[in-house]
Structures are given as C-alpha cells and as structure tokens.
Design a protein around this ligand. Structure first.
Ligand code: ADP
Ligand code: GLC
Length: 482
C-alpha cells in the first residue's frame, strides 16, 4: 500500500496564486505521486479554486462551523496534474474575489483566523476518517501559517496518530491574531498549551505549527539554518533552535513543464541553449513593445517580484543612476509597498526609453520578461528559497542576487575562481546596500560585453537541473522517517 499524504495549502497555481507557494503546491504533490505515493490536496474554496478544480463531487455537508452556516466538502481533480483535490466550499468564508488574504481595502480580512482555522480543522477530520470514509491520510503536510492549525488540532486529538509535516515558506508571515480570538478556534489554550499558541500577547498560527508538527522543514538548507538566528527568526528562532533535531531544509524545485523556453507559449520565439539567437528575438521584441531603443547591446535587467523591502527593491531604486550610466535598461513587473511602487513609477516616467514598470500581476508577461532579459535582479534581504532565479537560469538569464537563503544555495558567483572552475552561473553580493548591488551590476555588465564568456555562463545555467524529482525523494524520506 502506498503512503497516503494530504497537502494542505491556501493557494495553488494556476487557480489562486500570490507567490511561489502556489507554484510549489502545484508541483510537489505530482512529483510525489510520480514516486508512487497516494497524494491528495486540500484547498479552501476561493472562487478560482471552486471554478478550477474539475469533476467535483460532494463528499459531505455540515455546519455551522467557524462562522459558516453550511460547509460542503467536495472531491475533484486538479486541472493539470489530475491529482485528487478536496475543496472546502464555505461560501460565507471563502467566496470573495481578489487577493485570498486581503479585502478590497488592502487589509487582512477580519475573519482570517476563522477562514484558515477551518482549513486546518478539515484536514484534521479527514485524518480522523470522519469526513471521507473512503480515504484518510497517514501524513498531513501543511504549508505556511494558513495551514498551521492542522498540526495543532491533530496533536490535541489523542485518538489520532497521524504524522504531521510543516513547511515554512516564509517565516515573516506568522499568522498573528488578537489573543481573544482563541475562543473562535476550538483549541485548548490553557496550561502548557497556552505557550504553544501565544506569541507576545497574540495568537500565532505559525508558532502553533512549529510547536506541534512532528517534522518542520524550510524551503532551502540555508534558510533552515538562518531562521535559527535572531536576524532571520522573527522571534521564533529560540523555538526553532529547540526543535533543531526535527528541522530540515529541502530546496524547492522547478516545474519545467511550465518554465521551459523551448515550449513556453508566452514567448514570441522559443529557444534552447543551442539556439540563443532566438532568445535575442525575445529581447528585441520586448524592447520594441516597451518603447525602448531596441539595442541588443544594452544589458536588459528584469525584476519579477513582490515590490517589498524583503525583496530588496529599494536597493535597486537607489542603484538606478549606475544602471543607466552602464547603458542598461530595466523592466519591472510586480506590486507591493506604495513607496516602492511610486519610486519605480517616477523612474519610468523620467527615463521612458530605458525603464518600464508594470504594476500588477501578469503571468504571461512575467514569462516574456524572464526570457527577454539578460539579467534578473533578486537582491532580497531574506529569501526562503526564491523561484525566479531558478526560472531565469533555465531561460539563459543570469541572476544577480544577494547571498541569502535559497539564493545562496542556487546561484554561484562569477568570481575569477568560479569562472575558471566552470561553476559560476550568476552574480552574488553580500551587503544589503545599493553600493554592493551597483558594484556587482557593473561587473555583470563588463562580462556581458564579453560575448563568449557570457554565453558560457548562460549555457551552464540552462543545463542545470532543479527539477522536483530530487526534492521529492527528500520529502518522501521525511515522511517515512515518521
Ligand atoms: P515569493 O513567493 O516570495 O513572492 P518566489 O520567487 O518564490 O517569491 O515566487 C514568486 C512567484 O510569483 C514566481 O512564480 C514569479 O514568477 C511570480 N510573480 C511574482 N510577481 C509577479 C507578477 N507581478 N506577475 C506575474 N508573476 C509574478
Ligand atoms: C515564499 C518565499 C519564497 C519561496 C516561496 C515558495 O513565498 O518568500 O522564497 O520561494 O515561498 O517556497
């Protein structure tokens, strides 16, 4: 009998996505299924999920629970992988358009604690076999704080011996709520259990998961180490150090059926390492569309990112004079903090021939930009894994990153030594300063002007394999260890 695993998460590409979490939740379960595991996914019924999961059949209907009068649990299949997916249809809690976590005013929905407690609660009752008599998981694998109460509910139910794994995608989002909301959650929060949920006078779904999961993993080995330090621990580093024996780091993979320049339907021309001239066509076409002077000799930089200080976007803004002085061009897609958005908007208005900014989310444009660019900026202050640098590598676009988290694990700096050894695949800097970024950018531009050396780096990156298969082996080993 194959091991039964339930993945619990709030988003999944392409149905609902705010970031890399959705990419991982779409790609890891099929990679595990390909290894013979019996994998299902549990998702909240946001509009994109309700309409995107195919062949849904009702399993059970019940209520009221967590403020929802009626909850219908359905089982369907994911549109791409065909994997079974449970959908929680709770109209009162989930049928809201737009961002899955924020209301139209840009603030967290006031009932987020109930909305995501329900997700963890359903996972627990699936584990208990009460909701679906024909299938129950042996391992519940919860992702980020949204699913963080699943391990807590399971741990508090003595009748269950379900194993739990919790993946930290971003510790900065701790799932904090006022302490007096605990009465809405149906969790014991007295005696020794209180400290398992309480975080400096608030409730933390993240902390609940870190305390109760049998195994914790972070999405890169370096991030797994970093979060045990005060600098990256968001106040949870002490707890993570205590649980160090149960904490590991497993690098995310890439879904090369979605991110492949040879087949990508978003590109004006497909290409591979043996046909880099077609990549230049992608560049010239984007430059023309943006109204840039279409100079293939100008280094084209791209940003595909949330525009936040986590992502070091202010460092790029401060280095724009140097970028322009190098004859560089910059195209940005993203959204985020108002001051960073405004900074890019002002820069694009002042230099329309060299800087273009698209504020918003556009999947196809993101693909076109990663294909067209010469260099992708990922100068993050912290980065649990980071996926765009991996996408860039496959597209022959060299990443310029800060040495943190998953960026440190995947990008090898083009130092003279690494160039000689043939290991370099991008550019790395250390200090979170625009000066350090600008210095590495100037080095990248110099190498860019040396065509053959550049192409060698491109080909190396394109040949690298960050597919999910290796990581799936590690996840399976983690499941089997518990
Ligand atoms: P994070 O999850 O921290 O935002 P990742 O690098 O792990 O960072 O994942 C970001 C994902 O979101 C990638 O798939 C990237 O291509 C995508 N993305 C980010 N911003 C945009 C945008 N504005 N439009 C389209 N895709 C975007
Ligand atoms: C988070 C992190 C990012 C990671 C993604 C997927 O959003 O910020 O670094 O790649 O999760 O694990």
């Amino acid at each position: 009998m194959s091991l039964r695993i339930l993945h619990v998460a709030a988003e999944i590409y392409p149905l609902v996505k705010t970031g890399g979490l959705a990419d991982v939740v779409a790609a890891l379960p099929p990679a595990l299924a390909a290894r013979g595991l019996d994998v299902r996914v549990l998702l909240p019924g946001m509009p994109g999920i309700l309409s995107g999961v195919i062949e849904q059949k009702r399993i059970i209907r019940f209520g009221p629970v967590f403020g929802a009068a009626i909850v219908t649990l359905r089982l369907g299949r994911l549109p791409d992988s065909g994997l079974p997916a449970y959908v929680i249809d709770a109209p009162f809690l989930y049928r809201r358009d737009g961002n899955p976590y924020l209301g139209p005013d840009g603030r967290d929905w006031r009932d987020n604690h109930r909305r995501f407690a329900l997700l963890g609660w359903i996972a627990t009752h699936l584990a208990g076999g009460e909701l679906d008599r024909s299938w129950s998981p042996e391992v519940v694998h919860a992702h980020d704080w949204h699913a963080g109460l699943a391990p807590a509910y399971i741990a508090q139910n003595p009748a269950l011996n379900t194993a739990t794994v919790f993946t930290i995608h971003n510790l900065a989002f701790r799932g904090l709520f006022p302490l007096d909301h605990h009465g809405d959650l149906g969790l014991l929060i007295s005696g020794p259990d209180q400290s398992a949920l309480e975080f400096h006078g608030q409730l933390s779904f993240m902390k609940a998961a870190l305390v109760h999961s049998k195994r914790i993993n972070a999405v890169s080995p370096t991030y797994a180490r970093e979060i045990c330090t005060p600098e990256f621990g968001w106040g949870l580093d002490g707890l993570l150090r205590d649980r160090g024996g149960h904490l590991s780091g497993i690098l995310n993979g890439v879904d090369y059926s979605v991110w492949n320049p040879a087949t990508d339907p978003a590109l004006p021309r497909n290409y591979s390492a043996s046909n880099l001239r077609a990549k230049k066509v992608c560049k010239l076409r984007l430059q023309a569309d943006l109204g840039f002077a279409g100079r293939s000799k100008a280094p084209l930089f791209a940003v595909v990112s949330r525009l936040t200080s986590q992502k070091g976007m202010d460092l790029i803004l401060a280095a724009l004079p140097e970028l322009l002085a190098e004859g560089g061009q910059l195209v940005v897609i993203g959204s985020g903090d108002a001051d960073i958005e405004a900074g890019f908007r002002v820069a694009a208005a002042a230099h329309p021939e060299s800087i273009s900014v698209h504020l918003g989310y556009d999947d196809a444009l993101a693909h076109r930009m990663i294909a067209a660019a010469d260099i992708l900026f990922v100068p993050s202050r912290f980065e649990p894994c980071g996926l765009t640098q991996l996408y860039a590598l496959r597209y022959g676009t060299l990443p310029l990153v800060r040495r943190v988290g998953g960026l440190a694990d995947t990008v090898i700096d083009a130092t003279p030594d690494n160039l000689r050894a043939g290991t370099a695949n991008g550019f790395v800097f250390d200090d979170a300063s625009s000066r350090a970024l600008a210095a590495r950018m100037a080095d990248a531009c110099a190498l860019f002007r040396d065509g053959p050396a550049w192409r060698q780096l491109q080909r190396r990156g394109m040949a690298q394999d960050f597919s999910w298969a290796d990581s799936a082996v590690r996840y399976e080993a983690l499941y089997r260890s518990i």
